[in-house]
Design a protein around this ligand. Structure first.
Ligand code: ZN
Length: 457
């Protein structure tokens, strides 16, 4: 088992990762707001978190408890539900919208190889109203929160006067713009909403505070503080998210928890398109359904370090797809047509692969190690063992499609006809059938033990 280092945004340096409990790592990832399909820039963050959890388990040897929240109430949710489900009650419209896009989100996560079984809980904001209210009550009792126009705000001034530090994650240059973009920011102040007063036609919950009712709904920042500490403890190990969440979202999460929360904050950089950050507000976003090769997209994101900005391009995606297909072909040959013996270089390469991932999740370096073995096309048992490990850590699922390919409609029949053609030395027909398989997305090669297939799409 290897020691893992991670770049911690809290200390602004790479640190040896030491969990609170030496065997069980606790990790929280800010999840999606389910008002629309997520774009692939968001997916980069979830692929990073998934690769990190894989490396912690399979390279670091840790057990893991990983939680990802689902934001099913906020300004964007309300606006979209009002547009889309105008004939429903505000509550019913909100629930319908959330259900629809949460299902789509889980599909997209799965398509890019995120291991849903490893996510211990997907808490929903609307299931946490009471716990958020308790936390707000506590902040109010500590004089860190105040009421204004039916809403309840966190007082940054009171927090710093009580000795709280704010702004440890953020870069000052980003602060002004981030505040403008934040839906829960109080105008003209650093304070932010913990609870927002109900406007006509909006879904709402009652909130008794000091004998007074404040019908409304929670702000966005408070939900992550309530959920993460409820499910992982007052202090836990890792908090992940995109760099755009550093401020104000993550700063606010920390402040609401009195300055403690996660011990390591891991942030991924943006996905860029033509040198601009991919974002709904910029209008340059691409949704996963526009990408025919979700696992190639995963490989593409892993080819850049998570702390580097990455350019999305069609050519880059095509190159990644070509590599995924080559890996599937290699995997199929290793399983179906193995070689005897071992490869002398393997022990060192296996070490190098794990060392790369243990070094602040250096996936481009790990992929370079993989490429060194890939280029030999060796099919020995030790190479097989390595490839199984590499595939599991990187989450590319190159072995998984092998059996699926044979179940595609018509494939077994064409393979049988092709075998007869080859026995009859009818190579023209054999080639014609190979082209037919290609049209179905199936690659084929002949070996002394029969035909080997792999998935091309
Ligand atoms: Zn969050």
């Amino acid at each position: 088992m290897k020691k893992i280092t991670l770049y911690n945004s809290l200390t602004h340096k790479k640190e040896l990762f030491v969990p609170l409990d030496e065997e069980l790592v606790t990790m929280y990832s800010c999840g999606p707001t389910v008002y629309d399909t997520v774009h692939i820039g968001n997916l980069r963050a979830f692929i990073m978190a998934d690769t990190l959890q894989r490396a912690l388990r399979l390279v670091g040897g840790y057990e893991l408890r990983w939680v990802m929240n689902i934001t099913d109430i906020d300004d964007k949710m309300i606006t979209r539900a009002q547009e889309k489900y105008a004939n429903d009650s505000p509550e019913a419209g909100l629930a319908k919208l959330a259900q629809e896009y949460e299902a789509k989100f889980l599909q997209d996560l799965s398509a890019v190889g995120v291991d849903l079984d490893e996510i211990a809980a997907f808490p929903h904001a609307t299931d946490y109203i009471e716990k958020m209210q308790k936390l707000i009550q506590k902040l109010y009792d500590q004089e860190l929160a105040y009421v204004a126009d039916g809403s309840i705000y966190f007082s940054l001034d009171a927090y710093t006067k009580q000795g709280g530090s704010y702004g440890v994650l953020a870069h000052i240059a980003e602060v002004a713009q981030a505040r403008i973009d934040d839906q829960d920011q109080k105008q003209g102040a650093g304070d932010f909403a913990l609870w927002k007063a109900q406007k006509p036609g909006e879904p709402h919950w009652d909130f008794e505070l000091n004998g007074e009712n404040y019908p409304g709904r929670p702000g966005w920042h408070i939900e992550c503080s309530a959920m993460s500490t409820d499910l992982l403890g007052k202090e836990f190990d890792i908090h992940t998210g995109g760099v755009d969440l550093k401020f104000p979202h993550h700063e606010n999460e920390i402040a609401q928890c009195g300055g403690t929360l996660a011990r390591y904050w891991v942030h991924n950089e943006h996905l860029m398109v033509d040198e601009s950050k991919m974002a709904k507000s910029v209008g340059n976003f691409v949704k996963l359904e526009a990408i025919s090769y979700p696992l190639a997209f995963r490989l593409m994101t892993l080819s850049a370090h998570y702390r580097s900005q990455m350019d999305f391009s069609k050519a880059g995606l095509e190159a990644a797809h070509a590599r995924v297909v080559r890996l599937r072909e290699w995997a199929s040959k290793i399983v179906n047509n193995p070689q005897a013996g071992t490869s002398a270089k393997m022990p060192q390469l296996v070490k190098d692969f794990d060392a790369a991932l243990a070094d602040d999740l250096n996936t481009p370096q790990a992929l370079a190690v993989l490429a060194a073995i890939e280029s030999t096309a060796a099919r020995t048992e030790d190479v097989y063992a390595f490839l199984l490990h590499a595939d599991e850590v990187l989450g590319l699922h190159i072995f998984e499609v092998m059996d699926r390919v044979r179940s595609y409609e018509g494939v077994e029949e064409i393979l049988a006809r092709r075998e007869v053609a080859r026995n009859d030395q009818d190579y023209a027909l054999s080639d014609e059938l190979r082209d037919k398989l290609r049209e179905l997305g199936v690659g084929v090669e002949d070996t002394p033990d029969g035909q080997i297939v792999w998935q091309l799409f």
